[in-house]
Design a protein around this ligand. Structure first.
Ligand SMILES: *Cc1c(COP(=O)(O)O)cnc(C)c1O
Length: 377
């Protein structure tokens, strides 16, 4: 059963609907023996590792798309490969939002790139804060739908971002909530579910809803569980018509060929198995770190996490942050995020790294105890 039968193309900026983009040399003329059409060097560079890097790469590498389609159980044509999912967020914002007219709905505290891309495109921001319930930061679907209806009079909301698992909160959204959101939006906006951390979550992916909702876009990345942040490969999965528009406005050759070759290797069975074992180790450490943190007097609250980090509220957060920095332990400051004035986000590292964090925090606990008594700012 499909609820939104209309095309997401109706939401795309009118001037981009039939836009073909740059006609790159690599796109035209696929059969050839003598390649004299792209002003490339006819011979490889002396530093070429045997990848024929004198040639421009495929704009959308077919083998990598085929492998990802197989892994995620979606048609190849629904996939757009980008330089990290950051670029997917940017392309979606540019394709859908008219500067000065349209809006993007976000749920702070959330990943910063949604607001950055909206700002660059001149789109307004509608903010619907996450709800702090039962030790987790969760989307408030009723409030989101209400804000959508209210905003749409002044600024049509074209894009709704849900980060699941949420960064920095850590909680994944329930599929029933995503579905309720999709039904409520009823094809009047594109819902983007950013699943950068899905591999760490036990909850089902929004991809299971993909066949039923033309206005659902799911973002994945090789940057987190696949341990390839330096390779910059993101995956946007959406309706074919929308993906075609995004491909047309994307740079002509977004993915470097060595990056594509590495990504393909990382998606072969042995590497996938190793990735899965890595996720298992992170989940074990996440549990261990969460319980150890809860024992520390400087810790006020540890949020439940479905990802590879923990959001933690501290007593005397400034002293804690400084002590950690002095010990050479760098965590992510969340104090400028709404409602998180006492919070830090801690990525799960190796057992040794997590021990180093705990040791520094224990020392900090002792220091703060002596100075001012635990529990006071
Ligand atoms: C890390 C992260 C990304 C960006 O990933 P890249 O693929 O490296 O660009 C996207 N969304 C969220 C929520 C993230 O935390």
């Amino acid at each position: 059963m499909s609820i939104d039968r209309s095309s997401p193309l109706d939401l795309v900026r009118a001037e981009l609907r039939g836009f073909a983009g740059y006609a790159s040399a690599r796109k035209s003329g696929s059969k050839g023996r003598v390649w004299l059409n792209a002003n490339e060097s006819p011979w490889p560079s002396p530093v070429d590792p045997g990848l024929a890097l004198n040639r421009y790469p495929e704009p959308q590498p077919a083998a990598l798309k085929a492998r990802l389609a197989e892994i995620h159980g979606v048609p190849e044509e629904s996939i757009l490969l980008t330089r990290g999912s950051d670029e997917g967020i940017d392309l979606l914002t540019r394709a859908l939002c008219r500067a000065g007219h349209d809006a993007v709905l976000i749920t702070p505290p959330c990943f910063g790139m949604y607001a950055v891309c909206a700002h660059v495109q001149g789109a307004a921001l509608v903010k619907v804060p996450l709800r702090d319930t039962d030790g987790a930061l969760c989307i408030d679907v009723d409030a989101m739908l209400a804000a959508f209806e209210t905003a749409t009079g002044a600024f049509p909301v074209k894009l709704v971002f849900v980060c699941s698992p949420g960064n920095p909160g850590g909680a994944a959204a329930l599929l029933t909530e995503i579905e309720r959101l999709l039904a409520g939006l009823a094809g009047r906006a594109v819902l983007v579910v950013d699943e950068a951390y899905a591999e760490y979550s036990a909850l089902p992916s929004a991809l299971t809803l993909f066949p039923r909702f033309a206005h659902l876009v799911v973002l994945r990345t090789l940057s987190k569980a696949h341990a390839l942040a330096g390779v910059r490969i993101g995956i946007t999965i959406g309706d074919v018509r929308l993906v075609q528009v995004l491909a047309a406005i994307a740079p002509p050759y977004p993915l470097a060929q060595p990056a594509v070759a590495l990504a393909l290797k990382a998606l072969e069975a042995p590497a996938i198995d190793e990735t899965r074992r890595g996720v298992g180790r992170i989940l074990f450490e996440r549990g261990r770190l969460a319980s150890a943190l809860q024992q520390l007097p400087v810790v006020r609250q540890v949020y439940a996490s479905d990802a590879n980090y923990l959001l933690v509220r501290f007593h005397a957060v400034e002293a804690v942050f400084q002590t950690l920095l002095d010990a050479g332990v760098v965590v992510r400051d969340q104090r400028s995020q709404p409602g998180l004035a006492d919070a830090l986000r801690i990525s799960i590292g190796t057992a040794e790294e997590n021990d180093a964090l705990l040791a520094a925090l224990a020392a900090s606990s002792a220091g703060i105890d002596a100075e001012q008594g635990a529990g006071r700012e």
